[in-house]
Design a protein around this ligand. Structure first.
Ligand SMILES: Nc1nc2c(ncn2[C@@H]2O[C@H](COP(=O)(O)OP(=O)(O)OP(=O)(O)O)[C@@H](O)[C@H]2O)c(=O)[nH]1
Ligand SMILES: [Mg+2]
Length: 353
C-alpha cells in the first residue's frame, strides 16, 4: 500500500517536472512552429531575441542583449495564420544541447540565424556540423528506401522502379549495411535511385528531415553586404544544401520606432515550403476571415474533419467557390467528400442533419 502511494507521488512529481521543463514546451495548436537556432562559439548575440520580439509585436519577457538560456516563445500572426516562434538557446556543448536538439527535431521549420556583421561561413559551418552529428538533414526529402525486419528469408532487396534498378550494383553494400544494422532477415524496398550516402542515412537511427531557411541578421550594419555574398557563395559551393536566405535589419527611428526590413515574404514562403494551403469556410454568417491551414491536395472530407469530426461523419455535400481565370465572379462547384481543394478555395459544407 505504501509502495503504491510512493509510486503515485513519484509519478506526479515526474509529470510536474515534465510540464515545467522549459525545453519541452508545448506546440501551440493551430500554429506553424518556427524554431530559431544559432551558433554560439564566438558568435553569441546574433539577434534571435530581437527578431522574436519584433515579430511577436513586443514580447515583454524578451530581453535582447542578454543571453537566452532557455527556449523563449512568441506568436507571429500573418494574415490570420499563426506561427509559434521559438528561440532556442545558441547551440553549444552545454548540458542542454540534447534538449535543444529535441526542440529542433519537433519543429515544423527551422530558421538558422546568422549574424551578417561577423564571419557567416564559420557560423553556418558550426551549425551544420552540430545538426549533422545528430543526423538532422535540412531541406532534403528522406531517402526513398524502406527497411523492415522479417522473420526469415535472409536479406531481400526489391528495386521498385526503373530508377531504383540503377542501384542494383549496390546490393552487396546494402546487405553489409543490414548486417551492421543488426538484422539477419530483412526486406529492403527501394523506390527511387539512391546514393551510397542516402543508404547510410536510411540506416542511421533517429535521422530527421527538416525544412529550413536562413535569416541573415543585422543587415543594416557596415560590411554585411560582403558577408551576405560570402554566405551565398558558400551555400552555392556546398551544393547539397538548397536554402532560402533572408537578410534582415531591425533598426530604430529617432523617435524610437522599430523598423523591420527583409522578412516580408517569410510567412508566405514557409506555407509554400511546407506544402500548406489556406481554405476559407463559408457559413450563414459569411466567409471566415481566418483560414484553415491544410496540406496541399487535401480533400473536402479532410476540410470537414478539420472543422469537426461530426461534420465529417454527417457530410452531405459541399460548395466550393473558386476563382477561375477569365471569370469575374468565383465559380460555384458542387462537390462530394473526395474532391481536392485548392489554395484560397472558399468552402461551404452541408450536413445531413
Ligand atoms: N544593428 C542591429 N543590431 C541588432 C539587430 N538585431 C539584433 N541586434 C543587436 O544585437 C545584440 C544581440 O541581440 P539578441 O537579440 O539578444 O541576440 P540573441 O541571438 O537573442 O542572443 P543570445 O540569446 O545571447 O544567443 C543586441 O544588442 C541587439 O540590439 C539588427 O538587425 N541590427
Ligand atoms: Mg536571445
Amino acid at each position: 500500500m505504501i509502495e503504491e502511494k510512493e509510486k503515485k507521488i513519484r509519478q506526479i512529481k515526474s509529470i510536474a517536472s515534465a510540464i515545467e521543463d522549459p525545453f519541452t514546451f508545448k506546440h501551440e495548436p493551430d500554429t506553424i512552429q518556427l524554431v530559431m537556432i544559432s551558433d554560439f562559439f564566438e558568435h553569441f548575440g546574433v539577434g534571435k531575441t530581437t527578431l522574436l520580439q519584433n515579430l511577436s509585436g513586443g514580447l515583454k519577457s524578451a530581453k535582447p542583449g542578454i543571453f537566452t538560456a532557455e527556449p523563449l516563445l512568441g506568436i507571429f500572426e500573418w494574415k490570420h495564420v499563426k506561427f509559434q516562434l521559438v528561440e532556442e538557446p545558441a547551440l553549444h556543448q552545454s548540458q542542454h544541447l540534447n534538449r535543444i536538439i529535441g526542440g529542433v527535431r519537433r519543429a515544423d521549420i527551422l530558421a538558422l540565424v546568422i549574424d551578417l556583421s561577423r564571419d557567416p561561413v564559420s557560423q553556418i559551418e558550426n551549425i551544420l556540423s552540430i545538426l549533422d552529428s545528430y543526423h538532422i538533414y535540412l531541406n532534403r526529402k528522406p531517402p526513398q528506401l524502406k527497411i523492415e525486419r522479417t522473420g526469415s528469408g535472409g536479406v531481400q532487396i526489391f528495386f521498385l522502379s526503373k530508377d531504383a534498378k540503377e542501384c542494383e550494383h549496390l546490393s552487396d553494400f546494402i546487405k553489409d549495411m543490414v548486417k551492421a544494422w543488426g538484422a539477419v532477415n530483412a526486406s529492403v524496398r527501394i523506390y527511387e535511385k539512391v546514393s551510397i550516402e542516402e543508404i547510410e542515412i536510411a540506416f542511421s537511427r533517429g535521422a530527421s528531415f527538416k525544412a529550413a531557411c536562413i535569416i541573415g541578421s543585422k543587415a543594416d550594419k557596415a560590411n554585411t553586404k560582403e558577408n551576405y555574398i560570402k554566405l551565398i557563395s558558400f551555400l552555392k559551393k556546398s551544393n547539397k544544401l538548397k536554402i532560402e536566405t533572408y537578410p534582415v535589419a531591425i533598426t530604430y527611428t529617432q523617435d524610437g520606432e522599430e523598423i523591420r526590413k527583409g522578412l516580408d515574404n517569410l510567412a508566405q514562403d514557409i506555407l509554400k515550403k511546407l506544402n500548406l494551403i489556406r481554405i476559407f469556410t463559408k457559413s450563414s454568417k459569411g466567409v471566415a476571415e481566418k483560414p484553415l491551414v491544410l496540406l496541399k491536395d487535401s480533400t473536402v472530407g479532410e476540410v470537414a474533419k478539420d472543422i469537426h469530426k461530426d461534420l465529417f461523419e454527417t457530410f452531405k455535400f459541399a460548395y466550393i467557390y473558386r476563382e477561375v481565370e477569365g471569370e469575374i465572379t468565383k465559380r460555384r462547384i458542387k462537390t462530394g467528400i473526395n474532391f481536392t481543394v485548392n489554395d484560397f478555395d472558399v468552402i461551404e459544407i452541408f450536413s445531413r442533419l
